[in-house]
Design a binder for this molecule. Sequence first.
Ligand code: NOJ
Length: 541
Amino acid sequence: MVKEKWWKSSVVYQIYPRSFCDSNGDGIGDLNGIHSKLWYLRELGVDVIWLSPVYASPNADNGYDISDYYGISPEYGSMEDMKALILECKNCGIRVIMDLVVNHTSDEHPWFVEAKKSRDNPYRDYYIWRKGQAGGPPNGLKSGFGGSAWEYSEETGEYYLHFYHKKQPDLNWENEAMRKEIWKMMNFWIDMGIGGFRMDVIDVIGKIPDQEIKENGPRLHQYLQEMNRETFGDKNLMTVGECWGADIENGSLFSDPDRRELDMIFQFEQMLADQVPGKQKWDLRPLELRRLKQAFAKWQQALDEKGWNSLFWNSHDLPRIVSRWGNDREYRVQSAKMLATVLHGMKGTPYIYQGEEIGMTNYPFSGIEDLVDVESVNLYHERKRAGYREEDIMKSLRAKARDNARTSMQWNGGREGGFTEGTPWYRVNPNYREINVERALEDPDSIFHYYKKLIRLRKEEPILIQGSFLLLCPEDETVFAYMREWNGKQWLILCNFYENPAGFSYSGKGRVILSNYEQDPVVGLEQVKLRPYEAIVCEII
Ligand code: NOJ
């Protein structure tokens, strides 16, 4: 039998270092802070940690604007601290995945500092420069953070492309010398003993700006294959590509093992189920469960044989799932566990974002002065200018702002939730006395202990890794139910997504494997009445 890749049975824990744990009282989380919490990650049972960027950066986008790929930002520690962390993780059986941000650099990266000096500078072509049109930018490409994607550069009278902040100029992947620099840098990190890479907006690197092509450009897969060959291809690492633009037609190209590109993709279709189709994430509408189920089912099937999915609800870019599609008040615990069950029951590699495992919630922003993220601040001003009402803008921000995910990790009920002894760079959610790690560890019924069970189950039960997926009752608007099947076994995953009781029926009986409510060891499935946010995993007998 072919041995399965290790990352198929792994669970990844994403750390946003800035907000995780501050070891030196400067209010900013750091590498030694992470080091000091490895016991906690071991207790939870995760196999991999993905670190959001810790490289040198002027922080226009909290580290996603890198000025030195070989240097650790002093606010996070030193290269020695990084090596010590990797080593200690290794001793604990945890692999460290680095964030690879190579669609763009910081404008303070030495390549860009050179590139903007003159049109014939050797680094000029590492970036994308065009002449303006009729006194304005070269074309209508927009930045993900609002406004034009082109910025005028005084020195040479041309515009450069930035799909994100103007301090994040896009690299020109058509330049071979630039690509070679990237391979060299990736190999540097591989040699340091990391477990792999999470690749930031990787589906954008093949852009053709003149044709306004952003995602899935014609040479994208060629670049990924070259990357695979030149760096991690034969190293048994884990690689995951963030792809906002993937659809099922092109999605399997990234992670089909025969194509030798990446191991899995991180795509977002399921996260669109509460926005007006074709509009921005800020254009809200209530969750449509049918749409959510459909999106998951489509991807489960598309990558069933050829390719591999990432399973996630949260990241540093998304609001807290328990506030979004659960109930962060009277059913916080039940709904957080239900959401965890739906996700961890599927096929793919699950990701847990820091604090999700204790049911951390969105932040109660009262006004724009409570937000710091560039995306939200720009959005606020853009919509103000466009005449939106203050209350509507704030409603969108409360629901979707990235700052919801970036508040301090809540370790205990003490000052600042135990995150720092100083003044935090951002802030702690006022509910930290009730929701924190210390309390979660003490309570055997906590969300934390439930996640722990789900993680263990994945280690013990190959059906979760290999089993096929079949969506049941796709039209039902309240119940998310599906079947996993493997080696003659059938597991039913049954979840009520709402507070109102819901009915479900299936023939036969189920031996209960896990639930967020007390259950008899065997349940009849003919006429199930699901309680608020009830979740059951059972084996059909
Ligand atoms: C995606 C990252 O996850 C996000 O945080 C960042 O702002 C953009 N890429 C730009 O790097």
